[in-house]
Ligand binder design. Structure first.
Ligand SMILES: [Zn+2]
Length: 273
């Protein structure tokens, strides 16, 4: 048992060791990393090995730009959620990376803004979308800008942020009344994680600090003044895996669908009065 800050209490909570990467061969880059489980709320938290802190400047530009169509397809459900809940208005994408999702929203005639702290990804987004993208974090952005938004997107971003409570507080300040936040993040509440545990591809413990299941994310949102009004789940298609493995994962995906869950969760949350 060890103590660390948790999203449930804002102070120190007790964590029990849940996963340990030790004597790894395939996942040798995670060697020494521990994932602990908060005994109060059940949220999983990564404790990286010494000298292996999370690097926000780790650049993924090439990954996004190599296959833009693949990411457009991945981002389309987010666009659909926004169109359903906010047919027009100002949308902010926090951690917009190279701006592929914002481009889709621009085509749908939304008034778009992007925030990206990673310098290289920001430069690519700026090339794509011009001055609508800012190289900063939300906490700095709200001190300099007075714009308010109908919708804010956190697509696979929250799990990278240590102080989520503070992040959501900032987001709340620039959300118009009745505004929504669209949140995409991995979901530990699924059969593939239950079976694969530390070998689940989406744990990514050199990048993800937090790992939430359905219950933990619901409680986190409630605690921070948001209500989940829409939730959907999906699994990765693992299109580059060998056929036999793909069939195996398809069977697991079938079970996930039966249980109304999946490896990724896409949530729409509403600011509660
Ligand atoms: Zn906790």
């Amino acid at each position: 048992m060890f103590k660390s800050g948790c999203v449930c209490c804002g102070t120190e909570s007790d964590f029990q060791e849940y996963i340990r990467y030790q004597n790894e061969t395939v996942f040798s880059h995670y060697e020494g990393t521990i994932i602990g489980k908060c005994v109060t709320c059940g949220t999983l938290k990564t404790f990286p090995k010494i000298n292996a802190a999370f690097d926000p400047q780790e650049n993924h530009t090439r990954v996004y730009e190599k296959d833009i169509r693949k990411f457009e397809k991945l981002f389309q459900p987010i666009v659909d959620k926004i169109k359903r809940h906010k047919p027009t208005g100002r949308i902010l994408d926090v951690g917009c990376a190279t701006g592929i999702l914002l481009s889709l929203l621009k085509k749908e005639r939304y008034d778009i803004t992007g925030i990206e702290p990673n310098r290289k990804e920001y430069l690519k987004a700026r090339k794509r979308l011009g001055s609508r993208v800012v190289n900063t974090t939300i906490n700095i952005y709200i001190r300099k800008h007075r714009k308010k938004f109908e919708g804010i997107i956190y697509n696979h971003v929250l799990e990278h942020i240590e102080d989520i409570t503070n992040e959501l507080k900032s987001a709340k300040k620039i959300l118009k009344p009745g505004g929504i936040i669209v949140i995409g993040l991995p979901n530990t509440d699924n059969i593939i994680f239950s079976l694969r545990k530390k070998y689940w591809e989406f744990l990514m413990p050199t990048q993800h600090i937090w790992h939430f299941g359905k219950k933990q994310i619901r409680e986190l949102m409630q605690k921070n003044g948001f209500k989940i009004i829409d939730a959907s789940y999906s699994d990765d298609d693992r299109f580059d895996y060998p056929l036999a493995k793909r069939i195996y994962f398809k069977c697991l995906s079938f079970i996930n669908r039966l249980l109304n869950t999946g490896e990724a969760q896409l949530l729409v949350v509403l600011k509660t009065p």
